[in-house]
Design a protein around this ligand. Structure first.
Ligand code: HEC
Length: 153
């Protein structure tokens, strides 16, 4: 076969493959387009959370000390985006789409279990400003302290 024909054939195959894989990835991971600060019941639950994680109960007993430590950790690690009072209005979150969740929102507080919050802190939310914090930035134990504090916002 003529080398030019082989080259053209290869290009067609590569082109097809690139086109198909593009279709495939965009179909599986739709780009995040939400710009609203509204919290909905399914927001943040990506990737799907395993049932046993949703059902996890905070293993750290609540106390004044735990609450105070949770607050210190929150202010250090989370407030830059989620805001000092948890309203999702931190300076680091101002330009992010979707915006950081407002933890004072009742829909958030009522629709997320402690386990789901823990999961998000561990896995992050792909394609958003919400990175994985556990165990890179804080330990699992510390995460549960932060969760106690989050519940008070
Ligand atoms: C760099 C900015 C940034 C920081 C810092 C950050 N987050 Fe987030 N977080 C986000 C964004 C943006 C979202 C919203 C993602 C979405 O709506 O899909 C989010 C979402 C979440 C959610 C999911 C809320 C829901 O709707 O279920 C939880 C829980 C959360 N963050 C906890 C934390 C905790 C705890 C910390 C500190 C350890 C933290 N975040 C630090 C940006 C941040």
């Amino acid at each position: 076969m003529h080398p030019l024909k082989i080259a053209v054939g290869l290009m067609v195959i590569i082109g097809l493959f690139a086109g198909l894989s593009h279709l495939f990835t965009t179909a599986i991971v739709p780009p995040s387009t939400s710009t609203s600060t509204e919290v909905t019941a399914d927001r943040g639950i990506k990737p799907p959370i395993l049932e046993e994680i949703t059902a996890l109960i905070n293993p750290v007993p609540m106390s004044d000390t735990v609450m105070a430590e949770g607050k210190v950790l929150y202010l250090k690690q989370c407030a830059v985006c989620h805001g000092e009072k948890g309203k999702g209005d931190g300076p680091g979150g101002a330009m992010i789409v979707p915006p950081p969740t407002d933890f004072t929102n009742k829909v958030f507080q009522n629709s997320r279990s402690d386990g789901e919050i823990f999961w998000v802190m561990r896995e992050g939310i792909p394609q958003t400003g919400m990175f994985s914090y556990v165990p890179r930035m804080i330990s699992e134990e510390q995460a549960w302290r932060v969760i106690h504090y989050l519940r008070s916002l």
